[in-house]
Structures are given as structure tokens and as C-alpha cells.
Design a protein around this ligand. Structure first.
Ligand code: SF4
Length: 348
């Protein structure tokens, strides 16, 4: 069992059955079987979870996540494993996310895996002068124990290391409480704000997703939302307005990124999203009161940060990069340099 370790995130049931507690699916897993994500397995009443490898490891700008209000312009060491608890028709990382246990042959995988330990990971961070580690590419929830071991080792070495999840947000309370002590930010993908479309796209339950988001955002952690816009799927203004209302009910400070779709995986019948569609939705969200709404996956001034008070550009961005950051830092908080308005985020 080289690539697995025992987890305690489960409940024991009769006949060596267990319930995995990592995500809102709470799968009942029979002995010698795996949960819906395909990578968490029951062996004789114990839960074994992925550990000790990566399927992808890259140095990415934090803007690529996308994350605009957390140490802009920083490099991240971004890692992924295999598996996901969603089955999104348009998944852009399906080669690693949709692999199941019985398809994982770690000796000759489609995407090259590599052995690694938390100690090696720390070494790579130091060698490349990187202070932010991100669990991404596949869904971090299904490999949460591995992220915990990476993140806690980093923070033990130096408390200034920062860590994050790029997630679909479908974590259980148990899982989020488990990772929260070593997690600084989470980017949550709101796929579509409609019960039936959400289920059709992801195979998951929309109400349970909303419960997760409410729980996560009730805690002290930096959050940003993303919504990948697919024309004639989730660009419906009625659903979009409901989504913005939901975000406003949490906070008008949380950044929202509206990103442009390109055809992938099992959604090849839809076209590339027009920037005009994105920008129309951005204007709606801004008018309703969200302070920071961005366009992504294409180059435009809609990726700049405007001061919500005086309207001046305070961070100018290029494609997944920062051209100019004028945020003024005082007592660890960020302010508009022109009118001194406090800007949501982590700046130092
Ligand atoms: S992470 Fe979610 S999908 Fe995977 S086994 Fe656990 S409850 Fe099931």
C-alpha cells in the first residue's frame, strides 16, 4: 500500500462497512471497495487514502488559480493527485480527476506520477523561493490527508508559509474542521446556481453544496469564488442573480471571478464564451453590490481591481499576472492609496 495511508475521517459500521466523512457525499463504502471519488478505499473496516505522490506539480502565479486578493503577484507551488467527488462534464483536468482506483496503475499512468514526501515538498519550496503551497488540479477534498501533511510540515518549519485549496467546496464539516488549522485560503467553484443543472453537471447535491459554503464562509479564512460561464448553460440571468444574492447574503467583500469556458471533455457541444457575455454579468453583479467582480481566462481591464470607494484602479493585471499593485499596506491591512478605503484581502 505504498501510495495510501490510514485516515481517521470515517465512521465504522457493521460488517466492516465504513462511512467516509471527507465530503458531503458521505459514501457508505463496503470492504475492498472505494467511494464515489474512486480513490478512498475500505480495507477490512479501515479507510485508506492517497498519500506520497503527485500527478502534477507546477510553479504557478497565484493569479492563475484565480486568486486576486491573496498576496498578488506571488508564486505558488501547486500540486495535484488523482480523483474527484464531482464528475463535471466540462472538467479541464479530467485525465487526473476522473481516474478511479481500479484505473490507477501508478507504474504507467497517463499523467506521470512522482513519489514525494512532505520533506521533499518543503525542499522544493525553499529551492524555488516559494511561500505558498496549493492543493489543486484534482479536488483537494478527496486527498485532504495528504494536503494536511504537506501543509502542517511547512507551517512547522516556518509559520509564514501560506496554504490553500482550489476546491469545488463540497467538503463536509468534519473535513473542513480537520484542514482549517493549516489552511489560509480556499477558492470555491460555484458551478451553476440551479438545483437541477448543478446535479446534472456535477452529480452532486446543490443544497448540500450551499450548506458547505455557508459553513466554510462562517470561519476565519480567506475566500474567493469562481463561476465558469458557459453560454446557454449557466449564463441565465435569473440563476445568476440568485447566485449574486447568495454571495451578498454572506458578504459583499468576497471576490467573484467569472471565467470564460472553452469546450473540453464531455462538453464539446458548447462554444467558447464571449467576453461580452462575461462583462454583461460582471456589470449585473457590480450593480447589485458585490465589490470585487472579475473576468478571467481572457485579457481585459475586467481583471483589474478597482477601489470600491473612489473607483480608481489599484491593481492592474495582465494575463494571470500583476502589472502594477498600488495597494497601500498598514498594520497588515491593505488600503486604496488614493482614498484610504480598506480593501478585502491578505496583502503581506
Ligand atoms: S471523499 Fe466523498 S466521494 Fe470520496 S469516498 Fe469520501 S465521501 Fe465518498
Amino acid at each position: 500500500m505504498k501510495y495510501y495511508k490510514k485516515s481517521t475521517l470515517f465512521l465504522s459500521k457493521e460488517n466492516d462497512n465504513i462511512i467516509c466523512l471527507a465530503c458531503q457525499r458521505k459514501c457508505l463504502i463496503k470492504n475492498k471497495a472505494s467511494g464515489a471519488c474512486g480513490v478512498r478505499i475500505n480495507i477490512d473496516g479501515q479507510l485508506y487514502v492517497p498519500w506520497g505522490y503527485f500527478s502534477s506539480l507546477n510553479i504557478d502565479p497565484i493569479e492563475k488559480k484565480p486568486l486576486y486578493h491573496f498576496l498578488p503577484g506571488s508564486k505558488t507551488l501547486s500540486f495535484g493527485m488523482y480523483g474527484c467527488n464531482f464528475f463535471c462534464l466540462y472538467c479541464q483536468n479530467w485525465q487526473i480527476s476522473q481516474i478511479k482506483n481500479n484505473e490507477i496503475n501508478l507504474s504507467k499512468n497517463f499523467y506521470k506520477y512522482k513519489d514525494i514526501t512532505p520533506v521533499d515538498f518543503h525542499k522544493i519550496m525553499i529551492e524555488n523561493d516559494i511561500m505558498i503551497a496549493v492543493s489543486t488540479y484534482n479536488e483537494p477534498t478527496v486527498t485532504i490527508e495528504w494536503a494536511y501533511d504537506i501543509f502542517s510540515n511547512l507551517k512547522m518549519k516556518n509559520i509564514n508559509f501560506k496554504t490553500g485549496f482550489i476546491s469545488n467546496g463540497y467538503l463536509s464539516k468534519e473535513a473542513f474542521d480537520f484542514i482549517l488549522p493549516v489552511l489560509d485560503f480556499i477558492k470555491i467553484d460555484i458551478k451553476v446556481f440551479n438545483y437541477h443543472k448543478f446535479n446534472k453537471l456535477t452529480g452532486a447535491n446543490f443544497d448540500l453544496f450551499l450548506d458547505s459554503v455557508k459553513y466554510i464562509t462562517s470561519k476565519y479564512i480567506h475566500v474567493e469564488f469562481v463561476n465558469l460561464i458557459v453560454e446557454e448553460f449557466n449564463d441565465d440571468e435569473k440563476d445568476f442573480n440568485l447566485m449574486v444574492d447568495f454571495i451578498l447574503s454572506i458578504s459583499n467583500e468576497i471576490p467573484l471571478h467569472l471565467t470564460a469556458f472553452h469546450p473540453d471533455y464531455n462538453m464539446l457541444d458548447k462554444k467558447n464564451t464571449s467576453p461580452l457575455v462575461i462583462e454583461k454579468l460582471i456589470d449585473i453583479a457590480r450593480k447589485k453590490g458585490l465589490k470585487y467582480v472579475y473576468g478571467g481566462n481572457y485579457i481585459s481591464s475586467y481583471s483589474d481591481t478597482l477601489c470600491p470607494s473612489c473607483g480608481k484602479v489599484i491593481i492592474q493585471r495582465g494575463y494571470m499576472s500583476v502589472i502594477k499593485n498600488d495597494v497601500y499596506i498598514n498594520n497588515s491591512k491593505g488600503f486604496c492609496p488614493y482614498c484610504k478605503y480598506e480593501v478585502y484581502g491578505v496583502w503581506c
